[in-house]
Structure formats: C-alpha cells, structure tokens
Ligand binder design. Structure first.
Ligand code: FAD
Ligand code: UDP
Length: 383
C-alpha cells in the first residue's frame, strides 16, 4: 500500500519505519527544514554545543521495549535530570525531596520526620483535590506551594493554579529521601548524536521518501495515497472550522557565556519578579563532552499564549478547548482515509516514550486490518 505520513517527529517517523518494514511505500513530509519535530537538536554553529532547539528533551521510560526500540537507532548515554530552583533568593533542589524540605524549613528531618511534618502542613488542605492548587495544598501545604509552584505555574500557564487540572502537578514526584532525580523511570538517557540524528536513522529505509520544507496543504491536491497518518494539529486538518485549539508557546532568549554559566542544565525561577520560567544551559545535557567547550550557550524560557503564527508547545485543555476537541474528534472518526496520531494530532501533552508507544500500537492495528483485508480505520489515536 501507499501511505502518506504528515510530520517527521517521533510519531511520523516511527509509523513510517514500521509500515516500510512491512513492505509498504511511505511518503513522509514535514513543513520544517529538519526532521525530529519538537525534539530537534543541532550543533550550535559558533560553539559546537548540541542544542535542543525547541526546549530540552530527556528520554525517560518505564517500558523496556521502548528503551530497546530507541537503542536500535542511536547510542544513548545515561542522563539524570537534576533540576535546581531559585525562589526568594535561595537555591533548592527539585522535585521536592528531603533536601528541599530540610533546606526550606531549616531543619534536619529524617524521612519519617519530614513526612510527619509535611502531613501537619497539608492537613488543612482539601481531601479531594479538584484543581492544581488544591492538589498542591493536599500534597505539600501552603509554604512550599507558594514558594515553588504558585508563581511559576502562573507564568507557565498564564492562569491561576485554581483553573488548572490537578493532573499537571501529579507529573512531579514528592520524595522523603535525598533522591533528586526529576523522573522516576528506570530507563533515562540522551542520544549522543542528538534526537534529529536518531530520527534520521529511523527514517533511513529504502521504502521511505522524506520531503522537508513541504506542507500537507500544498501537496494534498495531487496526493494519491491509500491512507494518511496525520501528526499535525487536528484543528488545522479541518481548516479550524470549529475554532482554534489553544496552546502555550515558548520564546527563547539566548545567552552566550564564557565557561560555566549556571553550573547545572536547568535552573527554574519560581518568583513572580522574574518574567522567565527557567534558564537551560545546553552543554550540561551532554556531560560526557561538556568539558570540551570553553564557552556556553543558555536560553531563558518565556511562556505565553500561542497565536496562529507561533509554534504550538503545550495544549491548554481547559473546558473550552475540550469541548472544541470533542467536535474535532467526532469529525475525525467519520473522515475516511486518515488517522490522527501524536501530540498535535490528538491534542495532548505526550512524552517521547508514550508518543513512540502509541505510534507502534497504531501500526499494529493497521497490520491487523490489512491482514484481515478490511478497510483501514479512521482512528483518532489508537484505541
Ligand atoms: P512533533 O514533534 O510536534 O512533530 C510533529 C511534526 O509535524 C512537526 O515537525 C511539524 O512541523 C509537522 N507538521 C505539523 N503540521 C504539518 C503540516 N500540515 N504539514 C507538514 N508538516 C506538519 N518529552 C520527553 O519524553 N522528555 C522531555 O524531556 C520532553 N521535554 C519537552 C519539553 C518541551 C518544552 C515540550 C513542549 C515537550 C517536551 N517533550 C518531552 C515532549 C516531546 O516534545 C513530544 O513527545 C514529541 O515532540 C512528540 O512528537 P510528535 O511527532 O507527536 O510531534
Ligand atoms: N512547576 C512549578 N514550578 C517548578 C516546576 C514545575 O510550578 O519549579 C509546575 C508547572 O505548572 C509545570 C508543572 O509543575 O507545568 C509540571 O512540571 P513539569 O516539569 O512536568 O513541567 P513542564 O515544563 O513539562 O510543563
């Protein structure tokens, strides 16, 4: 069969590779000048430092088969994300762990003492948290919430934490030991040659033809594919006919520095008085080569509402967006010849490992339909 795959990020690349290995012919296109989607990396032309162009990406997963999958296409080095946060003139370790608690409350708690202490702080909080703020008060109490989460979250989302779902905070662990690993997954690392090289390797197959700088809209009139896998924004596919789905976008302000600028890859800024949310220093995402670079490149990250011309980053997914999304999903399910995948196609925040897992599940479903000689399903993310 002939497949058209729209978008050469992880969703599109993994799908293209699987279908090519099953003997299908794949045309994959991306309107950007590079593949890799938002995971795109490239070496800085001045310093040679590997830059994560759309914000830092650390690969982490609980799934051995996904970890094995990415190792097929790139050499990974172990990388543990140890984030620091500046609040009220002091530096702490994140996610909140025993060190953060002891520093913040000027204490020397043991794990059990810290747990008992935090329980007294959160005892007055809601028992059934219904939003981000209630979840924070329930988990850590008011002092830590105000110091680390209240202002940062307002900067990141442009909304009061009371308007946001509890699920956003649940992404972060709370630990009563000195483990300061930002993620809890057993497999964590960064590809030595970057994510773009990894994705190029996935796409390196004789049955795959990649067109960059090519949008779906310009090729659609003459396209003759049996089926389309669409990983671009779902509202855009339907010409925004029900309205635009809201996203947060990021602006990056580059800092060129000598030596070591901040001593760590990620420093969050949790105070309202600092407009940016964090500064990332990219050579620290590759500690195996960081010493080679005498200079450094950092980025201040500012979050704001995306306009029609901005790169979409974080789907907002509040009530208004979700009711719009429902209309697009209904439409997607009845549009034959196309399936929607990925973070833009399904309008969800997805980590890279989930993105790959969903693309593989979608492919297995397609295999099954083809084996049973049934017309391919018009699915909105694999069931
Ligand atoms: P994308 O990467 O967005 O790829 C979609 C591609 O489709 C794009 O290249 C786009 O140009 C193309 N496209 C769209 N519409 C069209 C069209 N009409 N015509 C042609 N091309 C089109 N995940 C982690 O696991 N670890 C992390 O540390 C991490 N950090 C992140 C940091 C930030 C700031 C953000 C926003 C996300 C982060 N993620 C992280 C998530 C990660 O970026 C996603 O999992 C991944 O990008 C999803 O891949 P995708 O292929 O679905 O989408
Ligand atoms: N967060 C915060 N302060 C921090 C780090 C995170 O308030 O120093 C909040 C913020 O709302 C963020 C959420 O916790 O969106 C989840 O954190 P994560 O690091 O997963 O956020 P991301 O950068 O992926 O949005």
């Amino acid at each position: 069969m002939e497949f058209g795959v729209i978008g050469a990020g992880f969703s599109g690349a993994v799908t293209a590779r699987h279908l090519a290995e099953r003997g299908h012919n794949i045309t994959i296109l991306d309107e950007r000048s590079h593949c890799g989607g938002n995971c795109h990396t490239s070496r800085d032309e001045h310093t040679g430092i590997m830059l994560h162009q759309y914000g830092p990406h650390i690969f982490h997963t609980a799934h051995k088969h996904i970890w094995h999958y990415v190792q097929r296409f790139a050499h990974f080095r172990p990388y543990i994300n140890r984030v620091k946060a500046t609040t009220n003139g002091r530096v702490y370790s994140l996610p909140i762990n025993l060190h953060t608690i002891n520093q913040f409350f000027n204490a020397t708690f043991t794990p059990q003492e810290a747990q008992d202490f935090i329980r007294t702080k959160s005892a007055h909080g809601p028992t059934q948290p219904n939003n981000f703020e209630e979840q924070a008060l329930h988990m850590i109490g008011p002092e830590l919430y105000h110091a680390f989460f209240y202002h940062y979250t307002k900067k990141q989302w442009g909304l009061s934490p009371r308007e946001l779902p509890a699920s956003i905070l649940k992404r972060l662990p709370l630990r009563f030991n000195y483990d300061d690993n930002y993620f809890s997954h057993p497999y964590q690392g960064i590809p030595v040659e970057g994510y773009t090289q990894l994705i190029q390797n996935i796409l390196n197959h004789p049955r795959i033809t990649l067109y960059l700088n090519t949008s779906f809209e310009e090729i659609q009139p003459q396209a003759q594919w049996d089926h389309i896998i669409y990983t671009g924004p779902i509202d855009r596919f339907f010409n925004f006919q029900h309205g635009r789905l809201g996203y947060r976008t990021l602006d990056f302000e580059r800092i060129d520095a000598k030596g070591d600028y901040q001593g760590v890859a990620v420093m969050n800024y949790c105070d309202a008085s600092v407009a940016y949310t964090r500064i990332t220093e990219h050579k620290h995402f590759a500690p195996w080569e960081a010493d080679q670079f005498k200079n450094s490149v950092c980025f201040k990250e500012y979050s704001r509402q995306a306009t029609a011309h901005d790169t979409p980053y974080y789907p907002i997914r509040l009530t208004t967006e979700m009711s719009l999304l429902t209309r697009y999903i209904e439409q997607a399910k009845t549009t034959s010849g196309v399936s929607f995948l990925g973070r833009l196609g399904t309008y969800r925040y997805l980590d890279m490992d989930t993105t790959i897992a969903e693309a593989l599940t979608a492919c297995h479903l397609i295999d099954q339909y083809i084996a049973e000689r049934k017309p391919l399903p018009a699915f909105f993310r694999p069931p």
